[in-house]
Design a protein around this ligand. Structure first.
Ligand SMILES: CCC/C=C/C(=O)SCCNC(=O)CCNC(=O)[C@H](O)C(C)(C)COP(=O)([O-])OP(=O)([O-])OC[C@H]1O[C@@H](n2cnc3c(N)ncnc32)[C@H](O)[C@@H]1OP(=O)([O-])[O-]
Ligand SMILES: NC(=O)C1=CN([C@@H]2O[C@H](COP(=O)(O)OP(=O)(O)OC[C@H]3O[C@@H](n4cnc5c(N)ncnc54)[C@H](OP(=O)(O)O)[C@@H]3O)[C@@H](O)[C@H]2O)C=CC1
Length: 293
């Protein structure tokens, strides 16, 4: 879909790029010619990912140790990257989450997720965006959200709330920073199994709800290159007028929410025949009782 120079001259920071989706997005960016920075809290994970991706793609990748819950740690990281040269793009991907009944969450449990997803993403955007504005540089910010920004989700309420806040930030800053040539967009992936997410969201291994592929209209999980391609598109030149959007990449999952008739997609032609007969019978009965029409 893209070639090895689609992102040449791009320098992109992927938060949480050491594992899971961030790692595979970084692989795609590197293969398209970008120079990539990844960050996280585990140096051994970051180092191993850099070695693997640099060997696999031949691209330039660096890491920084950073806790995005701490604004100073973010500012130090971004300053040290800009000292080597300005970034052209940011992918807000780092996150924290676990399933829990909301009534069982302590303030610290809520804070663990909010401070990573909402505060961490905002501080990173601020650290990068204010440097672009000061330097007069254009840039592209893409946040990795989730379809719960449209539907909400039970049992992951702090995550749904925090991702929704970043959806709102995306729309708001697209307007405020549009005059500087800074674009903000977001993606909302459906289920793309990763060790990090599945350990927190499918800890018993009995996939259901958000981690279940059978309720996805396309009847499968997302594949990493599909998400990486969308990120490459949003970081590339060519559609610069695209800003303030959150794009779902979920095989139609959020459109098949329980409030719709999504489950009817399992019915056979015979079932539909019976349904039609029953509806007709009901209509006939009503008609026979009408005094007019
Ligand atoms: C469709 C897929 C969508 C995917 C979305 C994703 O984002 S997937 C991304 C998936 N990737 C990641 O999440 C990667 C990053 N994840 C992390 O960094 C950690 O897993 C963590 C911060 C989320 C929790 O780790 P930790 O416990 O070491 O953190 P801490 O020491 O900071 O503790 C803070 C508070 O949290 C409490 N608490 C913890 N677990 C539970 C629970 N099950 N129940 C209730 N509460 C719980 C704990 O008791 C404490 O409160 P207390 O008792 O002091 O009042
Ligand atoms: N997998 C899926 O199906 C879906 C995932 N998403 C989103 O995709 C993104 C990646 O998820 P996924 O790859 O599955 O999960 P992972 O757990 O593999 O990724 C989370 C990454 O974030 C980093 N991170 C977490 N907290 C911090 C912190 N305080 N400071 C710096 N880095 C941090 C972690 O590194 P470390 O622990 O070393 O700090 C890790 O590399 C998340 O935003 C998630 O919400 C959205 C929809 C579906």
């Amino acid at each position: 879909m893209f070639n090895s120079s689609t992102l040449s001259n791009k320098r992109i920071l992927v938060t949480g790029g050491g594992t899971g989706l961030g790692k595979e997005i970084s692989r795609g960016l590197l293969a398209s010619g970008a120079e990539v920075y990844i960050c996280g809290r585990r140096e051994n994970v970051l180092k191993t990912t850099c070695e693997e991706l640099s060997k696999d793609t031949g691209g330039k990748i660096h890491y920084r140790i950073c806790d995005i819950r701490d604004p100073e740690s973010i500012d130090d990281m971004v300053e040290s990257i800009f000292t080597e040269g300005p970034l052209t793009g940011l992918i807000n991907n780092a996150a924290a989450n676990f399933i829990s009944p909301t009534k069982d969450l302590s303030p610290r449990g809520y804070q663990a997720i909010r401070s990573t997803v909402m505060d961490g993403s905002f501080y990173t955007v601020l650290a990068v965006g204010k440097r672009w504005i000061n330097l007069g540089i254009r840039g592209s910010i893409v946040s990795n959200l989730v379809t719960w920004v449209w539907t909400g989700s039970a049992y992951v309420v702090p995550s749904a709330m925090s991702k929704t806040a970043i959806d709102s930030m995306t729309k708001s800053l697209a307007v405020e920073w549009g005059p500087y040539g800074i674009r903000l967009n977001a993606v909302a992936p459906g289920p793309f199994p990763t060790e990090g997410a599945w350990e927190k969201l499918n800890p018993t291994g009995k996939s259901s709800g958000a981690t279940d592929s059978s309720s996805v209209p396309m009847r499968r999980y997302g594949e990493m290159p599909e998400l990486a391609n969308l990120m490459i598109f949003l970081q590339a030149d060519g559609c610069d007028y695209l800003t303030g959007q959150t794009i779902a990449i979920d095989g139609g999952h959020h459109l098949a929410a329980p409030s719709t008739f999504a489950s009817l997609s399992d019915l056979s032609d015979d079932d539909w025949g019976n349904i039609r007969d029953n509806i007709k019978a009901s209509a006939e009965k009503e008609k026979s009782e009408r005094s007019i029409g």
